[in-house]
Write a protein that binds this ligand. Structure first.
Ligand SMILES: Cc1cc2nc3c(=O)[nH]c(=O)nc-3n(C[C@H](O)[C@H](O)[C@H](O)COP(=O)(O)OP(=O)(O)OC[C@H]3O[C@@H](n4cnc5c(N)ncnc54)[C@H](O)[C@@H]3O)c2cc1C
Length: 266
């Protein structure tokens, strides 16, 4: 497909897609396959959370963690594994390799091959059928806003003083944290908690939705229960509104009425 050097004022696009994550890519490719003229606008890099900070890196991390856990439990099958040591830098190399392996599928080139026109810019709507891209106004018949989500930072007093990680930034770690407090026991918190625990961190998952408060789904309770296994070296605290870690390193998380939990990372 020939890409326009400037976005035309005159010809409305059949579909304007804002956001080049999984939702935007699938929406754009599907519409293009049905014959629509599609413009996808992505402000950073195509692939979104799933490729860069979500599904792909987390499953790669879990795969490495699973190998470590299996090796530790190999004796149950009569297989002797002398010592399991984790080279976290190499684990993260493996995670990056997994991302690079999948990246071409979500690339700009793949989108253009699927007849989707791609612009790297921030889109801004200026009217019911118009948007501004790179200072140029264009018109569209339909728009798909697929701009994703970001980690919700809870308003816990003192948290802003802490150099905490999120599910977006945890991928920049180069050293395995000795202790890790995970705020949030949903699927992402449980996945990350389990992975780090199996790699050797001592993990504490803090989740408010337990005990007295009903969990949103049965599926959410199951991973929390599994995290309690001794082998995973992780445990959860059913506390709501827990006080925040006090310092960036060696912080203390005191649950109401519970014991104090030390952590080097959150
Ligand atoms: C650790 C982790 C593990 C996960 N594991 C799984 C899993 O196993 N299975 C699963 O199904 N889901 C999983 N998810 C969830 C999954 O990653 C997200 O649901 C999915 O990536 C959301 O895709 P999206 O396209 O809606 O948004 P995003 O991927 O966030 O994409 C939105 C895009 O819009 C762009 N954008 C925003 N504003 C503008 C603008 N004004 N102009 C232009 N571009 C803009 C952003 O730069 C971004 O690229 C996981 C998430 C995390 C964090």
């Amino acid at each position: 497909m020939k890409l326009p050097s400037a976005v035309s004022h005159d010809e409305p696009w059949d579909l304007l897609v804002v956001g080049g994550g999984t939702a935007g890519i699938v929406g754009a490719k599907t519409a293009a396959r049905l014959g629509a003229r599609v413009l996808l606008v992505e402000r950073e890099r195509t692939g979104g959370d799933c490729l860069w900070t979500g599904c792909v890196p987390s499953k790669a991390l879990l795969a490495a963690a699973d190998v470590a856990a299996s090796a530790r439990g190999a004796h149950r099958f009569g297989i002797a594994v002398e010592e399991v040591s984790v080279d976290f830098a190499k684990v993260m190399d493996h995670v990056r390799t997994a991302i690079q392996h999948i990246a071409p599928v979500d690339s700009l080139e793949a989108l253009e091959k699927a007849s989707v026109c791609v612009r790297t810019a921030t889109a801004r709507f200026t009217g019911p059928d118009s948007a501004e891209i790179d200072g140029t106004t264009l018109r569209f018949r339909q728009a798909l806003v697929a701009t994703g989500a970001s980690p919700a930072i809870p308003s816990i007093p003192g948290l802003s003083d802490v150099d905490y990680l999120t599910s977006d930034t945890v991928w920049g770690l180069s050293e395995l944290p000795a202790d890790l407090v995970v705020l949030g026991g949903g699927s992402i918190g449980c996945e990350l908690g389990q992975a780090f625990a199996r790699l050797g961190s001592t993990v504490c998952v803090v989740e408010g939705a337990s005990g007295a408060r009903p969990c949103p789904s049965r599926g959410r309770r199951r991973p929390l229960r599994r995290l309690r296994s001794r082998q995973d070296r992780a445990h959860r605290l059913g506390v709501r509104g827990a006080s925040p870690p006090e310092r960036a390193a060696g912080a203390v998380l005191p649950p109401p009425g519970g014991r104090r939990t030390s952590a080097t990372h959150r």
